[in-house]
Design a protein around this ligand. Structure first.
Ligand code: AHR
Length: 324
């Protein structure tokens, strides 16, 4: 073979090897495969609740364990901040994004941008109402199940007769929608169980207290039960009930969802009657999912968390083992 042809062959081989290696890098490393540690962007929707602190800690600690570099953003309960954070992660060329969305709608365009950039997005704890192709998987609890279990507990503990005040979570978030739905699925089968008041406390302790104060002012003598979509609001409601001059857990029964340490303490103290768990310890599963995405694997679109049910009588024996 002539020297010129040999040179041409060498150039073609080099181009081929380079492009195969580049394609492999794209698949394995998401957007920006490098030799350094994987870079993950974590967008947390809010940091005003104990449950969210536990989730953030889980995601941060597991990043350290796996040697990832974590970029963290707290959207402070403003969806526009969260969209901007995800956009900035994309611009920085992260290898993966973990997103705990504030609400179900409005994330479509930014998820499409992540997809176009080849960056896998794992949703944690809350789902979005967007095309499933726009995210890799959702890791979180079954909120309808949680609401239904709570409805059964309240029915059991009140003999199927209760005037209920409901403290809802953030409007438009799936735990709010589904915990309400699940609870109503059960109580609507009892003619004497009725929701007489229902308002959002935004999953927040301070707002939960304020809304409970307003409920008590309006109907203080007619509330048998307060059903709270999360523990933080229940802790606020308990405070409001005490300040109103009633005994939480007895005069007004209090029920909530999550299972944070403060809720277990409230059960031990007799202020809270039962908790349905919703685990925030999602860091390890979120990274398992991203690693699967980088390997080019697929996962089910919903990896469901396993949660438990805790009655007041169980709390004392369990509280020491609670991890959040
Ligand atoms: O999406 C999970 C829910 O959102 C948790 O119950 C709550 O505390 C949080 O803000």
């Amino acid at each position: 073979m002539k020297k010129r042809n040999l040179f041409l062959l060498a150039v073609i081989a080099l181009v081929l090897i380079t492009s195969v290696a580049f394609a492999g890098g794209q698949q394995e490393g998401g957007a920006a495969a490098t030799d350094g540690p994987k870079v993950i962007g974590f967008s947390q929707c809010d940091s005003q609740q104990a449950w969210r602190w536990a989730e953030t800690e889980s995601v941060q600690n597991e990043a350290k364990v796996r040697g990832y570099e974590l970029k963290y953003n707290d959207a402070q309960a403003v969806q526009a901040n969260q969209i901007a954070a995800v956009r900035s992660f994309i611009a920085q060329g992260v290898d993966g994004i973990v997103l705990a969305p504030q609400v179900m709608t409005g994330f479509g365009p930014v998820l499409q941008e992540a997809k176009d950039a080849g960056i896998p997005v794992v949703l944690v704890d809350r789902l979005v109402a967007e095309n499933e192709d726009l995210y890799f998987t959702f890791i979180g609890s079954d909120f309808v199940w949680e609401g239904e279990r709570m409805g059964e507990i309240v029915a059991e503990e009140t003999g199927g007769k209760a005037r209920i005040a409901e403290l809802q979570g953030t409007p438009g978030a799936d735990p709010t929608i589904d915990r309400k739905k699940g609870f109503e699925n059960i109580i609507n089968t009892y003619p004497d169980m009725n929701i007489i008041l229902s308002q959002t406390g935004d999953f927040n302790r301070t707002k939960g207290k304020e809304v409970m104060e307003a409920f008590l002012k309006a109907e203080g003598e007619n509330i048998d039960v307060v059903y709270c979509h999360n523990d933080d609001m229940a802790i606020g409601a308990i405070q409001a009930i005490k300040e109103y001059g009633k005994v939480p857990g007895k005069d007004i029964l209090v029920y909530s969802i999550d299972g944070i340490k403060d809720a277990f303490q409230a059960m031990v103290d007799g202020d809270l009657n039962a908790v349905v768990e919703c685990t925030p310890l999602l860091g390890p599963q979120a990274y398992d999912a991203l690693e699967a995405a980088w390997r080019g694997e697929t996962l089910p679109k919903w990896v469901m968390s396993e949660d438990g049910i805790f009655l007041q009588k169980d709390a004392a024996s369990v509280i020491a083992s609670r991890k959040y």
